[in-house]
Design a protein around this ligand. Structure first.
Ligand code: ARG
Length: 463
């Protein structure tokens, strides 16, 4: 019979026990559960609720259980129900009646939340390291490719020339926002639920500030009712993870088509590709594709958890036990995806011969022609129309804008000549886009410097 079975006449059916049990997945939290219990009994002794001797016996027992779980001597079954009951029942078996004092002034409602929050705070640190590492790789690549020109697309059509460094810094901004979102979510996650008990606090004189500090939280949560029914901290994490996975997935998508035979802008390193079981020639960008696919898992975790929460009344409901598998899956998936993407990116070199061959097509300097006409005094809407006519003329003649002669140009508009079209080589197009945030190498240089300053400052300030 379970530790809580006093008012029960019968045991649960086996299938009910199995259905009810969370030990299969929440055993992952055992270290945090033990840390929480140690902080709790240390506080109980400081408050003269248990004696120092009882505290030491309990802590000693918990450490033995920790070692037993770590070395595999302790094996759990569904009979254990969850990690909290599993550890408490073993503690009582190990140290006797003193062990029955560990759950004084505590419920599993606050215990489960404090375990998950410790886990999450730790894992946010790990994911933050991975995101920072990714940003460092991006900055290095942006520097390396600061002046290398590539095709900028809208609607997957040639639009305007940009530098690869500029493209890297676009992704830098996305992951910067992910880091900021995660750091912001962390501020709210980092509050300690321990001691809020079932839903209303307790008559036992706990010191919640003491346990919060001992476990490394910024402080205790404010309202017990809110605390045991709150899963916003999981939802905020899952939303942040979903947005970041979307960023990775979009870039992974670009990697797959840059790597295609038709594009060949990059050749993904062999160590990130796999072969085909049937077609001997194949080298497939599986890792990029999996990154794209795994985004779906994390969205699923978010949707699942949002759905679990909807319609749950205050305060604790067993539905909340479902939070863990969604959270664990998203933590593992996001962390691994960021880490592997950074490594794949680091090993990726761009094939400038292939990219250069594409730069000449698609009239990517047409906007520059229109803007040069504007600077010669022609209103933009007219300049846009004239340039459109010039593009059409080029298409008929099979030439580029810079190859048009005065005679051709003047058939479109008598006011303009080759000179009015201005400097429109692909290099000029890039170098002349000097507006703040633009693609000119001097601007990309500034963005890299700002990005580097920001990430270095963040590394110093974060926790
Ligand atoms: N395993 C449970 C969970 O993760 C522990 C809380 C159970 N609380 C209760 N009052 N039945 O949510």
């Amino acid at each position: 019979m379970a530790l809580w079975s006093g008012r029960f006449e019968k045991d649960m059916d086996t299938i009910v026990k199995q259905y009810n049990a969370s030990i299969g997945f929440d055993q992952r939290l055992y270290n945090y559960d033990i840390n929480g219990s140690i902080a709790h009994v240390t506080m109980l002794a400081a408050q003269n609720i248990i004696t120092p001797e009882e505290r030491d016996i309990i802590i000693n027992g918990l450490e033995q259980i920790r070692a037993g779980i770590a070395n595999g001597d302790i094996v759990f079954t569904y009979e254990d129900e969850d990690i909290h009951m599993a550890i408490e029942s073993r503690l009582i078996a190990l140290v006797g009646d003193v062990g029955k004092k560990v759950h004084t002034g505590r419920a599993r409602n606050d215990q489960s939340a404090v375990d998950v929050k410790q886990f999450l705070c730790f894992e946010i640190g790990e994911i933050m390291k991975a995101l920072i590492e990714l940003e460092d790789v991006i900055l290095k690549k942006a520097q390396q490719y600061k002046e290398h020109i590539t095709v900028g697309f809208t609607h997957i059509q040639h639009a305007q020339p940009i530098t690869l460094g500029f493209m890297f810094m676009a992704y830098f901004q996305m992951f910067k926002r992910d880091i900021q979102r995660l750091a912001d979510a962390y501020e709210r996650i980092n509050l300690c639920p321990l001691g809020t008990c079932a839903l209303a606090g307790t008559t036992i004189p706990l010191d919640r500030h003491m346990t919060a500090a001992a476990l490394g939280f910024a402080g205790p949560t404010e309202n017990a009712m809110d605390t045991v029914s709150d899963r916003d901290y999981i939802l905020e994490f899952l939303s942040t993870a979903s947005i970041s996975m979307m960023h990775l997935s979009r870039w992974a998508e670009e990697f797959t088509w840059w790597n295609s035979t038709e594009f060949s802008y990059i050749a993904i390193d062999d160590s990130f590709c796999t072969g085909s079981s049937m077609m001997p020639q194949k080298k497939n960008p599986d890792i990029a594709e999996l990154l794209r696919g795994r985004c779906g898992r994390v969205y699923g975790d978010l949707m699942g958890m949002l759905t679990v929460m909807k319609g749950t009344p205050l305060t604790y409901n067993k539905d909340f036990q479902e939070d863990k598998e969604y959270l664990f899956d998203a933590v593992d998936t996001w962390k691994a995806s960021v880490t592997i993407f950074a490594k794949m990116l680091e090993k990726t070199e761009f094939r400038m011969d292939k990219i250069n061959a594409q730069l000449q097509s698609g009239f990517m300097n047409a906007t520059d022609v229109a803007e040069n006409l504007v600077m010669a005094g022609i209103p933009f809407r007219e300049a846009h129309h004239i340039t459109g006519r010039l593009v059409k003329l080029c298409e008929t003649k099979g030439c580029k804008l810079e190859e048009l002669e005065d005679a051709d140009i003047q058939t479109v508009d008598s006011r303009i000549t080759k000179a009015t079209l201005g400097k429109i080589s692909i290099k000029d197009c890039v170098e002349n886009r000097k507006t703040f945030g633009g693609t000119a190498p001097c601007e990309v240089e500034r963005q890299i410097k700002n990005g580097t300053d920001w990430i270095n400052e963040f590394k110093n300030d974060w926790r």
